[in-house]
Design a protein around this ligand. Sequence first.
Ligand code: HDD
Length: 718
Amino acid sequence: MLKLLLLSLLSATFHAQAQIPKPNQLQDARVNTGGHVETTDTGVEDNSANSLRAGPRGYNLLEDTTVRKKIFHFDHERAPERVVHALGHGAYGTFESYGDWSNLTSACWLGAGTKSDVFTRFSVVVASNGGSESGRDTHGFATKIYSQCGNHDLVGNHVPSFFINDGADFPDLIHAVKFEADKGFPTGGSAHTTAYDFFTQHTEGTFQLMNVLSDLGIPRDVRHISGNGVHTFRFINAAGKSTLFKWYWKPMLGHRALVYDEATKIAGKNNNFQRVDLYNNIAAGIYPEWEFLVQLFPDDGTYMWNGIDLVDPTIVIPFEMNPPMTLGKMTLNKNPTNFFAEPESISFAPSNVVKGISFVPDPLLQWRLMSYDDTASHRHNSPNGYLLPVNKAIAPINNNYRDGYMQPLLFEGASTSSPDNVGGVIGASLNNTANGTLPYTGIPPEIVDGAIGRYPNLHDSFGQARTFWATLDKYAQQHTVDAYRFELGHVSDAGVQQRYIDNILNKVDNCLARRVAMGIGASLPAIDSGPSNKTNTTAIVPSFYPLAPSFEPKKSNAGLVIGILADDVRFSTTNLADLLPILSAQQVSYEVVSTHIGPLKTGVYSNQSFVTTSSVFYDAIIVGGVVAGTSNSSIDATANPLALFEVEQFIQEAYGHGKAIAALGTGVATLQAINVDVDSSIGVYQGTASSAVTDVLNALSGPVRFPQRFPVDDPSIC
Ligand code: HDD
């Protein structure tokens, strides 16, 4: 009886442990020092603001242990940054399963109506901490699902393929794209010789690189990117049936890209633009959401689907060929409390999967399965990193992992091995399927049979890149050509430049190769010496390529920001009052930009000046009756017109970046004064405050900006 009672008590504790919601668990770790008397880390009250000294102008005393501890702690404050994806940020949220997917997987977070807490960390691969989030790069998209059956990490990137298909090459890839070993520059970008030398050797990455050099490589922010698992994974249901899948996070807000000139300016003016955007939107209650999509493939033991290799992560399967299913939705709704303890200390690993999800023999994935825990132990200087608050599972943790640096747990009892008879942990049941046929792992038996060897992974490196190129419209193609020119233009070794053009680009598309070569002064491959798609029709447009204008015909504008240019007299409080309900109905915010911050003579409050902001921080602008220059006869002598140069620069930059512009009242004259033709220019609107802002918002929810304003190469190059 007593035994029964004990057992039921034990299982109640187990159950109670399993039910701890992540926010409550985190709450236990929180400390608020505000208003408390200062203590040392041994809990002794003191005041460390002034050193202990031999007299008011005398030497410091060695026995000042309080200040010594403070400085000692400070000296050790830095943990090493991640070897890649160092620059990142993130937020908490929830994942909700749309239904019962037990036919596919026993993963508990995909159970009927199951809600789990999550943390997602966004990152860029190349830049170090302190670098810019807006530079061209692959973005990381890593989500930890704190599920009832343990942590599941979905560690993906924002584009669907990868540069290499064997983990053995990963250290070389990263060495090549990070700064050059002898020089220490450039930091935070791949526009240099070693990177392109690598890309010339590793033709399998041609498609991935083209993704990054297209507008996909410079997303506006992380709310508008996809997540892609890249590899194929394995679902296993309770009956032990395996189904292969690839996963995607699809942004409910749609995709949005910058133009390159804008990206570089944002990188310089606010290198944290992306984390600021996420933080501010979450703080304002505008929560970004992503749907969780999977493409399914029968597991027939070949790891092939329709002739496509499922274990080569440089290859994608277009959604048209295999339309994805939508399994659930993630919402990010809570900012971290402490940057170091949460986005910085979180550690992800693709090997962290719950029962019901497993792996395939993809040689890139296989190395990832060991690398992440290894690097996390290095970063935390301990294998105990999974016990940090942000990493800790909400499911019970009971094992024989013991000791090590910074072990925070106090294990009771003598047992440290299993199986044992002295009260230790009990291994999980060997059979966890209905018919009891599976071994410990829950993975269906797979007979592995092959000759040991170091095998190269060979495939057609250029076909997918060629298809991708053909799906871009002429403006998106021009941006991509310019990106190749920028990158190769910064390659100092002419041999590397020419090899990339001849051996890679000319095998993708002759016209692309010639255009890039022409732009950087390299030798043009002979006309038609490579395949070429001169007609540039949109063939297959894989649905996760957001560049085709037909994709996402209507996007949400939530969280975008409009800049309103105003001078001291011409943009009235009535104008502002007319705009506001229209903006707020779409969760769009605004900033009034003028010569100075503070109230204008109209009573409108200016939040920004030309010194504190720039057109690159606005998705569209409204020229609110500003009149530039003094030559315009409509100028009110009492007004304080903005300097012609500042207004001109602001508007022309926005125009050049393809943004929608609206002019109210005398704003039309302003645009005309700087040669923007309000009547004939595409994407330039005039009218009342409410009609103009409506036009601007409609333009913003359209597919892309107004690329017609960008120059395009003379087609005679090909
Ligand atoms: Fe990786 C971090 C994504 C290949 C080794 N990787 C890291 C992060 C993401 C990815 C999102 C940042 C996680 C965070 O925010 O903390 N990595 C990918 C994807 C890959 C990929 C989608 C290919 C499909 N990675 C890859 C390979 C290896 C690594 C082949 C090693 C063999 N990745 C690492 C790492 C990092 C990392 C060195 C650095 C920090 C960390 O793991 O925790 O271990």
